[in-house]
Design a protein around this ligand. Sequence first.
Ligand code: MN
Length: 414
Amino acid sequence: MAAARKRAGSRGRHAKGAMPSYGSRTDVGLLRDHNEDSLAVTPPLYAVADGMGGHAAGEVASEIAIQTLVANAPDAPDADDLTRAVVAANHAVIRAAAEGVGRKGMGTTMTAAMLDGKRLVVAQVGDSRAYLLHEGSLQRITRDHSLIADLLESGQITPEEARVHPQRSVITRALGSDPSTLPDIYEMNISAGDRLLLCSDGLSGMVDDSLLESTLDRVKDPQRCAAALVNEAITAGGYDNITAVVVDAPSNAEAIVKKQMRKGRIAAVCAAVAFVLLLAGAAFGAKSYLDHTAFLSEKDGSVVVYRGMPGEIAGVTFSTFDHDTGLAADDLEGLPANVRERLAEGIRVDSVADADALAQTWKDQIEQYKKDTAPAAEKLTEHDSSADGASETGAAHSDENRTADDSAKQGDDA
Ligand code: MN
C-alpha cells in the first residue's frame, strides 16, 4: 500500500491521464570541463538554464535560478505567476553574488515552460530556446536575447554567418545582473500529440533546426529523444554544455481544443503556430508584452514603427501604428542582405526605443554606404596614413581598441 502510493506520487510521468510524459538529458559536452547548464522537470513546470560566469560560477547561477524558479512557480500555467517566479530567480542570483556565493557577474539564461493540458506558457530570458513540434514540423517559440539575434533580425548577417560568428555566445538579457529584468512571455494553446523541446544553445547552436525536427519526429519516447538530441550535438562537436528537455502534450488535449473551436472560441487556435501570446492579452494578462514589444515595417514607402506583433492570428491583428522613422524604404536598397524584404513581414524588436535604434543604425549605414560609393580616393589615403603612421595617435587608438575588446569579453562572461 505504502509502496504503491509512493510510486504513484514519485513521478509525474504517468500520474493522472492528463499528465504529459517527458524526458531530459544534460551533458558537459566535449570541450568544457564542467556543466553549467541546469534543468527542472517538475510537471507542469519544465525549465532549462544555461549559466555563465567562469570558474564554475555559471553552475551556481543556473542552479540557484532553477531552484528558486521551482520553489516559486505556480501550480498551473499562468503568465503573471510564472513571470513572478522568474523575477524571484533573478533576485536570488543577484543576492547570491552579493553575498559571495559563486562570483560577481555570474548569470544565467532561463527558459521556463508550464504545460497543462493544451495550455502552454513560456517565460524567456537569454538564448536557451523553446520549440514546438506540431504534426512533424518544428516551430521555434522563443526569440533569443542575443547579439546574433539582433544582427540577424536587422539583416546584417546571414544564418550561415551567425552559426560561426565569434560573438555568437553574447547574450543581451540574462538573470543575475539587473534587478528589473523581466522575461518575455509566450502563451498558446497546443494540440494533442504536440511535442515541446527546451534546450540550451549547446544543442541549438550545434544541431540545425531540420535535424532537431527530424529527430523529434522520429524518436517517439521522450527520454530517448532527449538523449538522441544530446548525442547529435556531441557528434557535431559538443563545443558547449548540452541540455534537452522533451515534453509530450497529453493526448486528450485534442478533444478539448476541438470542442473549444466548435464553440468558436477564438483562443483555441490549434496549429503549432498558434502563438497566441497575446491574443488575449485581455484574457491572460499578457497585454503588457504587447504594449512593450514593437516591430519595424513598411508603410506608404516609409519605414515605420508599430507597437505589438506583426501578422495576424485567426484574422486578429496585434499591432498599432506608432510612428514614421523618416527613413524611405527605397533607401534600404543600399543595405546588405534582405532588410527590405524582411521589413515586409515585420522585423521584431523588444521595444519602440529599440525600433528607433535599429532604424538609426540603418540610417547610419546608408549614410556610410553613400560615402563609400562616392569619392573612393579620399578614403584610401586616410586609411593608408593611419596604417603606416606608427604614430602616437596610432598607439592610442590600439589601446582604446583593446579596452573596448576587454569590456566586450567581460560582457560575454557576465
Ligand atoms: Mn551554453
